[in-house]
Design a binder for this molecule. Structure first.
Ligand SMILES: [Zn+2]
Length: 99
């Protein structure tokens, strides 16, 4: 869960690595964050060329059900990991071998 100092809470739905579309050698870290059952945003950046993007994204069926699972787990008392920004969140997951 992302809990920025200002703005809304977001939940990490998925994260993946893919070749960068802006340079030939970089790898982009792409993450999808949801703030409601239907809407979220995709945050992507490349460590090599530092090209970063943040775009609104309507959630797919699979992403919606993932969001529902996360909300249900929290309702049942599970406390999510929280971060204050996207990049530390992904770096943390990477350190723990989850990315
Ligand atoms: Zn790049």
């Amino acid at each position: 869960m992302l809990r920025p100092a200002t703005g809304r809470q977001l939940y990490l739905i998925e994260a993946r690595r893919e070749p960068c579309i802006h340079c030939s050698t970089g790898t982009r870290t792409v993450s999808v964050w949801a703030f409601s059952a239907a809407r979220g945003e995709e945050v992507a950046w490349c460590r090599h060329c530092f090209n970063a993007e943040c775009d609104p994204l309507p959630l797919t069926e699979g992403q919606r059900s993932r969001y529902a699972q996360i909300r249900a787990a929290i309702t049942q008392g599970r406390s999510p990991s929280t971060w204050d920004a996207v990049r530390p969140a992904l770096e943390d997951l990477e350190r723990r071998g989850l990315l």
